[in-house]
Design a protein around this ligand. Structure first.
Ligand code: ATP
Length: 427
């Protein structure tokens, strides 16, 4: 794996300039570990989430969707073990008071000033808040550090409403919060992020088969969004590094610009959670009551956005000019088609371009109209946001109803009929 000098800065800067990702609360000096998604970032995230939901929920018969509340009864976190175990070892410098996660320090001294470190403490990463007007121990609540517990506590509700037979799964996409000791590396380690999680329930003795099935379908989805085996690597997590609930975990690691790190995890959580929530399953055919086990694929949306921006970022030369473009797979690109009039000050061209824009937009909602600046500038702007198809309306269009279609990656242009636009483009 190679670290690419300066690539991180280039991605962060493009993401800001072009409206993908902004620093959270920037006008007030920012807030560490928080990022805001701009218009293109929201669409990119939605495209990722929709593709995931389609593959793992809509296209299957054994999956149920859920959207549980972020704040849950605190007994949930006692039962799940998070109150006791969701901790990191915190060390503080006795000289400059900088704080670090002990496992991320290379040496036993302050990484900022070289000063001596105070004694290690345990730090629980859950954000605490109070529910209701009184602030006492009975009102304490936590922002969920994982969406999974919302799934476990609804296990019985889903069974009562739908009577699914094992194996089946529950999927949820939603925000999670962790008060990370050192938020860093752009979208990689943030304090507020989004997870796409599945708990897949089955009889305990079948765990190896289901683990393998989820490993394979996780790869299928990664390939669909353009992340393949050249850049994502499996790491079998050792006993000592696994979460408190897991018996086997594979971390799928990606070559981020700062180094190889976890993109998402696949864990066998046994029946640890359902046991602690005192929930079980009645197999009415066999007349048998037992506690199902689970496999959990847990994807972080923000880390996937980061990986996709990094994968897509390309610098090349086109027509003798240097350019930057995002090589998104068309299904993920936030803008799929851009429609331009060749000249902005010719009302007949603008009117025709608007007409074409409306035709295309009906079929492909992520279509954009752009008449700002000259045509070369518009192409460069669309390249920079990863638009795979640009359509230009010129004087010939007015004569014969043809337009030019330009391909983002090669810059090649061809003439096609307006009626063939939708069938000719990649989306
Ligand atoms: P790490 O070891 O990097 O802290 P983790 O093993 O604690 O991660 P999990 O608890 O397995 O992470 O969380 C599942 C997924 O949620 C991760 O694979 C990642 O995609 C995402 N995630 C976890 N923590 C963060 C974070 N602080 N910022 C962004 N995404 C995160």
């Amino acid at each position: 794996m190679k670290k690419e000098e300066g690539k991180m800065e280039k991605i962060v800067s493009l993401a800001k300039r072009r409206g993908f990702v902004y620093q959270g609360s920037e006008v007030w000096g920012g807030l560490s570990g928080m990022w805001d998604f701009g218009p293109l970032g929201v669409t990119l995230k939605n495209n990722i989430k929709n593709s995931w939901w389609k593959k793992f929920v809509d296209d299957r018969e054994d999956m149920y969707g859920l959207d549980a509340a972020i704040i849950m009864n605190s007994k949930t976190w006692e039962a799940s073990g998070h109150l006791k175990n969701f901790t990191e070892k915190l060390v503080e410098c006795s000289k400059c008071n900088a704080q670090f996660r002990a496992d991320q320090l290379k040496e036993n001294k302050c990484a900022k000033c070289g000063g001596e470190l105070k004694e290690e403490q345990s730090f629980n990463e859950m954000f605490e808040t109070n529910v209701g007007a009184s602030k006492d121990s009975s009102s304490v609540a936590y922002l969920r550090p994982e969406t999974a517990q919302g799934i476990f506590v609804n296990f019985k509700n889903i069974i009562d409403s739908f009577h699914p037979r094992l194996p089946f799964g529950i999927a949820q996409i939603g925000k999670a919060f962790r008060n990370e000791i050192n938020a860093r590396d752009f979208l990689f380690r943030t304090r507020e992020f989004e997870q796409m999680e599945i708990e897949y329930f089955f009889k305990g003795e079948e765990w190896e088969k289901h683990f393998e099935d989820w490993r394979v379908s996780s790869w299928e989805w990664l390939n669909e969004i353009g992340l393949n085996k050249d850049v994502v690597h499996e790491l079998d997590v050792e006993d000592k590094d696994r979460a408190h609930y897991s018996k086997k975990t594979i971390d799928f690691e990606y070559d981020f610009p700062f180094g190889r790190s976890e993109l998402f995890g696949l864990a066998y959580r046994t029946n640890y959670d359902l046991t602690n929530h005192k929930l079980d399953y009645l197999d009415d055919r066999e007349g048998e009551r037992f506690i199902p086990h689970v496999i959990e694929p847990s994807f972080g949306v923000d880390r996937i956005v980061f990986a996709l921006l990094n994968e897509a970022y390309t610098e090349d030369e086109l027509g003798g000019e240097e350019r930057v473009y995002l090589k998104f797979k068309p299904n993920l690109a936030p803008v799929k088609v851009a429609v331009f009039p060749l000249l902005k000050n010719k009302p007949e061209l603008v009117a025709k371009a608007r007409e074409v824009f409306e035709i295309v937009r009906k079929e492909i909602p992520q279509t954009m109209f752009d008449d700002n600046g000259n045509i070369g500038k518009r192409y460069r702007r669309q390249d920079e946001i990863g638009t795979p198809n640009c359509i230009t309306i010129d004087f010939d269009t007015l004569e014969d109803d043809t337009v030019t279609l330009r391909d983002r990656d090669t810059g090649e242009q061809k003439r096609i009929k307006i009626e063939d636009i939708v069938s000719s483009i990649s989306i």
